[in-house]
Design a protein around this ligand. Structure first.
Ligand SMILES: [Zn+2]
Length: 87
């Protein structure tokens, strides 16, 4: 990844579309995950989600781009998933 572009990776499907950027995706997904478990506990959400669930296309929790719309670089989701997992 180019260090000079904070890639726009996609959006979380929430009430608002929350943009996902390469520099903050891990913290954003951890935050989102914690909120989901809190809402589940309170009964306003059926399921809580782990951070990686947001990057699972079958779960349809986010819109994930193949290419960064700012710089056109191909987004390496494998690398990002590893980072989110903490590998
Ligand atoms: Zn970019």
């Amino acid at each position: 990844m180019k260090p000079n572009c904070n890639h726009l990776l996609g959006y979380l499907n929430d009430y608002d579309y929350i943009p996902l950027n390469s520099s903050t995706i891990k913290e954003d997904l951890v935050f989102q995950s914690k909120s989901s478990f809190r809402l589940q506990k309170e009964g306003s959400l059926k399921n809580g989600y782990a951070p990686l669930d947001y990057l699972d296309e079958r779960k349809n929790l986010s819109k994930m781009f193949n290419y960064c719309p700012y710089c056109g670089e191909k987004i390496s989701w494998e690398t990002i998933k590893k980072e989110v997992k903490g590998e």
